[in-house]
Design a protein around this ligand. Structure first.
Ligand SMILES: [Zn+2]
Ligand SMILES: [Zn+2]
Length: 349
């Protein structure tokens, strides 16, 4: 089969690999129908994720059709239409029992990391019973690729950990796919104001269509951005500041726009240390949360898509075939110039 294979920093090749086989009785082999590229894949390609080694097939988000199951798989059979969760859960370890699947002792984020991933014709999914989700009939498949990772990430780590509540004022720092996923799912809780902050004017415009009530272009610098947030909030700041970028500047910004008693929910993947401004926050009664997605909300999010409350298809800006995956990466790498948010890659092989 064909797959996108990592061969060290800035070197990925679309090449032939053996079709995966059942290794453990709890495995399933899934034929990929649609997959996508994540910001994390770009980090991997830069060489930022040392656990990814030469020869690894990339990708951790996809939908597909079950091709084969091991004899220990009971919930799925050949032909079932499924969402692949970006985290693999054994369902039996201490962390899985707490629904903290991201830290499953036998799984977690392994797809496209320590085991072969989804940017291929087929993928092997360990612990299939607890790592796959059935797709109901009459629901558009491309929208559901967004349920593998970005929507649960935005919802669990941004909205739920940040405890977004009715009437609150929230700020989302970063209007990329994850920031937009926060924006869409925060609206389940009816915050009164959603302030979107980003450097890219196109993404800010898009945010308005997705429900942002105010936008701030932070190219004016942190000091002026903080002032603008204060101006919009009676000098108080926001109830919840959600960090969806992963660099020191944006983390800093969150610390200065959160109001007394508020929450900072960090989603961004940070590669560098940040300053924690305890000198101004020690008496501020704030909470700070971090986390890797557990994807326990996939079934709930699926129901909101089914009912029409959530339309994740709106995140998709570009479509490519699997045979054009190198072109898809080029587009995603130049997301600002290409006005790309989420790219869907269809298996045409
Ligand atoms: Zn991802
Ligand atoms: Zn586990």
């Amino acid at each position: 089969m064909k797959a996108l294979v990592y061969h060290g920093p800035n070197n990925a090749v679309f090449e032939d690999k053996p079709k995966p086989k059942i290794v453990e009785s709890t495995d399933a082999i899934v034929k990929i129908t649609k997959t996508t590229i994540c910001g994390t894949d770009l980090h991997i390609l830069k060489g930022d994720v040392p656990s990814v080694t030469d020869g690894r097939i990339l990708g951790h988000e996809a939908v597909g059709i079950v091709e084969e199951v091991g004899e220990g798989v009971f919930n799925f059979k050949k032909g079932d239409h499924v969402i692949i969760s970006c985290v693999t859960a054994c369902g039996r370890c201490e962390n899985c029992k707490k629904q903290m699947y991201s830290h499953c002792e036998n799984g977690g984020w392994i797809l496209g990391n320590t085991i072969d991933g989804t940017q291929a014709e087929f993928v092997r999914i360990p612990y299939a019973d607890t790592s796959l989700y059935h797709i109901p009939a009459n629901i558009k498949e491309e929208a559901l690729v967004m349920l593998s990772d970005i929507l649960p990430t935005g919802f669990e780590i941004g909205v739920l950990k940040g405890t977004v509540s009715p009437g609150e004022t929230i700020a989302i720092v970063g209007a990329g796919p994850i920031g937009i996923a926060v924006l869409l799912t925060a609206q389940f809780y009816s915050p009164s104001e959603i302030i979107m902050i980003d450097l890219d004017e196109n993404r800010l415009e898009l945010s308005k269509q997705f429900g942002a009530t105010k936008t701030i272009n932070s190219s004016i610098g942190n000091e002026k951005t903080i002032q603008k947030v204060k101006d919009l909030t009676n000098a108080k700041g926001v109830d919840v500041a959600i960090e969806a970028v992963g660099i020191p500047t944006t983390f800093d910004l969150c610390q200065f726009i959160v109001k007394a008693g508020g929450h900072i929910a960090n989603i961004g993947v940070h590669g560098k240390p940040v300053n924690f401004h305890i000198e101004s926050l020690w008496d501020h009664n704030i909470t700070l949360t971090t986390g890797l997605v557990d994807t326990y909300t996939i079934p709930l999010l699926l129901k909101t898509v089914q009912s029409g409350k959530l339309n994740p298809e709106r995140l998709i800006t570009h479509y490519f075939k699997l045979s054009e995956i190198m072109k898809a990466y080029e587009t995603f790498r130049n997301a600002a110039k290409e006005k790309a948010l989420k790219i869907v890659i269809e298996n045409d092989l």
